[in-house]
Design a protein around this ligand. Sequence first.
Ligand code: HEM
Length: 540
Amino acid sequence: MATNTDNMSSSTICGPWSWFCKGDQDNEDMLLPIILLAVSVTILGTCLFQWGFKKQRETADKLPPGPRGLPIVGYLPFLGPNLHQMFMELALTYGPIYKLSIGRKLCVIISSPALVKEVVRDQDITFANRNPTIAAKTFSYGGKDIAFQPYGPEWRMLRKIFVREMQSNANLDAFYSLRRNKVKESVNETYRKIGKPVNIGELAFSTVINMISGMFWGGTLEVDTEIDIGSEFRAAASELIEILGKPNVSDFFPVLARFDIQGIERKMKKATQRIEKIYDFVMDEWIEKGGARVESEAKNDQRKDFMHFLLGFKEQDSGRSISREQIKALLMDIVVGGTDTTSTTVEWAMAEMMLHPEVMKNAQKELTDAVGTDEIVEERHIDKLQFLHAVVKETLRLHPVAPLLLPRSPSNTCCVGGYTIPRNAKVFLNVWAIHRDPKFWDNPSEFQPERFLSNVSRLDYLGNNMQYLPFGSGRRICAGLPLGERMLMYCLATFLHMFKWELPNGERADTSEKFGVVLEKSTPLIAIPTPRLSNLNLYA
Ligand code: HEM
């Protein structure tokens, strides 16, 4: 009975946990292994937890060094207007790789060739993504263009069409007459201002945007229609570029994005629609005027302009064509990526030459030798202008228009220089600092084009040498390099060949910089032209 009671009480008390209770022989046999298992699981769990925690701390410890900012806003209140210079100064304290929290964004700034190589060569695919601002996403239809689309098959296809097809030598040659007409118009307009002050940046901008619009649809539209929409296109493009340069608080605090406090997204949508209307108009004209006929011209390689080319494009293997939206996104990239960059470089080159008259004299003498005094510059002369090439390279060394390139963003958490770079961080490559580093350049702040005469082949624009990267490097290197270089050299050579330039009242050209969408001169370059050639018919 007692036994029964004991048994009963033990089973009642223990209930479902009875296998833990003494007095049951089977349960007793199982007890030890179970306890051992439980203890092992507990120890293993604790170890895993501690290992994970330690790992997390280690990862955090391995983030690059950097200055502490304020809670919530991070380093935002301490940023100066000239980010590239400030980033170089911070590198003197924190080294060639450091981090900054700007609002909610973690930014990493890199300023040594060895570390840049880790990003654009060794881990090129991981870093082949961008972290676009809201304004950039807006004009690019949510990143459907080349510049802001994440790395992947769509980006590869669009980039291939643009780089290999549209900018093949044959295609660029085919569009030459469209560029030539626009450069001639600029010469004529400048001639009408002889003896009066000319804003070189504005002259270069209008020449480049006219060349671009000429190439966009110069063979598609009637001349009168083209003239009508040309000025609207120029105004809309300038507006879009201006909005793109405005800092937007929503970019640093994504929770604020939906409120669009500064109205930047709204303004950008409007500016984009303004340009879009023009694109739609031109595309509709093309369709109305017999796209099929033009398509067959394209097949026969009579590609009259970019619109002809893109609307008639069919991929050879798949027969796939590109959508209207992709065409618009691509044209937006050319406007945004190709105008200010090229015209600002022309302005910088002219400013440096006005400060160094012996350089301008040499460049003009080279032009006289290569072109003669009774002819205008043609693109076929450009290859002969070695000294002018060196002037442009030196200009892009001292004043790279994209001093921090276009920021990259790793698709995975990865390691650079022994430090952890978290996925989606914004990575700036400070080529401006590298281009002025005395470790790699003699007299780095001096304008000395001759340095490129002895190094022409080594220091090309292809980003192979990590000390010289004005067009970036790797998969995301500037997609418009061939066209950009042509337009840049052609404009500059023409301005120098056709005119003598002087600053008003013997002023000195100023070379202080202003950081923005591109690295501009902080004061516009104003100069007075006089004709350089005696045959005035060449200016008509
Ligand atoms: C002086 C002229 C130019 C300079 C200095 C320049 C510079 C640059 C730089 C530094 C980048 C970023 C590269 C990187 O992240 O590694 C870039 C990207 C780009 N540029 Fe240019 N650029 C110029 C002219 C042009 C022109 C004329 C076009 C179009 C016709 C153009 C279209 C683009 C595009 C589409 C990208 C994005 C490429 C991508 O993300 O895959 N650029 N450019």
